[in-house]
Write a protein that binds this ligand. Structure first.
Ligand code: RIB
Ligand code: CA
Length: 326
């Protein structure tokens, strides 16, 4: 039985790679995509979702719902410096030799439901079976909880890319981007009792994709998708070089990979809460890892991925996206 997924996302180069991984993985079925403001505004993240669908051409296209255009209680902080102004490495500006656009604006066939509404509707279609994979700020998930926590409790798993438990943040010294952008939403989701599997920077930051490795694999991969991946990732590699990293960090593909194959990690049940008040600590994920009797601690709020079988993940990722020509 295929794993039925709803992917909530703010594409975003690494989100796009995670979506392509899902569409190239036979063990899952992407039933719906909900877009959210994060790396870029929600109009752009929604357009990008359709650009990715146009490139991936899944056999059965998921329903797409446009979600929240800003965090629950704050103005949006986006990341064009990482993902390009359009969120996909500015590939919408690329032109062919004859001057035509290489990636013309796709037709947006949107669900009449908004993001939170589509989350709830998809749960109704697949109660106790649906796995929600959240790759951006948790605004849509929190709004769906506010609308109907009883239906949200029918989710089988909630796999979240977010937080930093035992490592520094990536957007401030303490906070990870998705939790920083909407800390109130992250706090509400973690306090909700949903079956959260948290995939923090602790494990995603080890999954680095060097430009040379991707280029080598794409060269072996006779696939029209290869050019889309190449065009989209240029900005990502440029940003990595600017900050002295060895390649694109595959944050969202790691979360998607763990949704498909939990054996890629080991989970630890922990009480994790999110700081919403501090000037320096906004969005910090605070895990209770004190070595005291469990009975003296607050109950766990989630299961936290503690390490990653990085080589096994990278093999999975590359073999799915760039199957070596037989
Ligand atoms: O901190 C990494 C996360 O923030 C990823 O989901 C990336 O796409 C950005 O949304
Ligand atoms: Ca993301």
């Amino acid at each position: 039985m295929a794993i039925r997924l709803l992917i909530d996302t703010d594409p975003g180069i690494d989100d796009a790679l995670a979506l392509l991984l899902a569409f190239r993985s036979p063990e899952c079925s992407v039933e719906a995509i909900t877009t959210v403001a994060g790396n870029v505004g929600v109009e752009r993240s929604t357009l990008n979702a359709f650009r990715i669908l146009e490139a991936a051409k899944p056999s059965r296209a998921p329903v797409v719902g446009r979600g929240a255009d800003k965090p629950l209680a704050r103005s949006l902080v986006s990341a064009p410096h990482v993902h390009g102004d359009d969120g996909l490495g500015n590939l919408g500006e690329l032109r062919e030799a004859d001057g035509s656009l290489r990636y013309p604006k796709p037709r947006l066939a949107l669900s009449p439901l908004d993001g939170p509404g589509l989350i709830l509707d998809t749960i109704d279609r697949f109660p106790a079976e649906l796995v929600l994979v959240a790759l951006g700020p948790l605004t849509n998930v929190a709004l769906a909880l506010q609308r109907d926590a009883r239906r949200m409790a029918l989710l089988r798993r909630v796999v979240i890319m977010g937080g930093a438990v035992g490592v520094p943040g990536n957007v401030t010294p303490a906070a990870e981007f998705n939790f920083y952008v909407d800390p109130e939403a992250a706090a509400q989701v973690l306090a909700s009792g949903l079956p959260v599997e948290l995939v923090p920077l602790d494990v995603t930051q080890s999954a680095i994709l060097p430009r040379s490795v991707l280029e080598q694999r794409l060269a072996m991969c006779p696939d029209p998708l290869a050019r889309f991946i190449t065009d989209m990732t240029q900005r990502g590699f440029q940003f990595a070089e600017e900050i002295g990293e060895g390649g694109i960090t595959l944050h969202d593909p790691v979360a998607l990979g763990i949704a498909l194959a939990p054996s890629l990690t080991h989970f630890e049940s922990l009480h994790v809460a999110v700081e919403c008040e501090g000037a320096l600590t906004r969005g910090v994920s605070v895990a209770d890892r004190r070595a005291i009797p469990v009975g003296r601690k607050a109950p766990a709020t989630c299961r936290v991925a503690r390490w990653l079988r990085t080589d096994a993940f990278l093999d999975l990722f590359l073999n799915r996206l760039c199957p070596a020509s037989s």
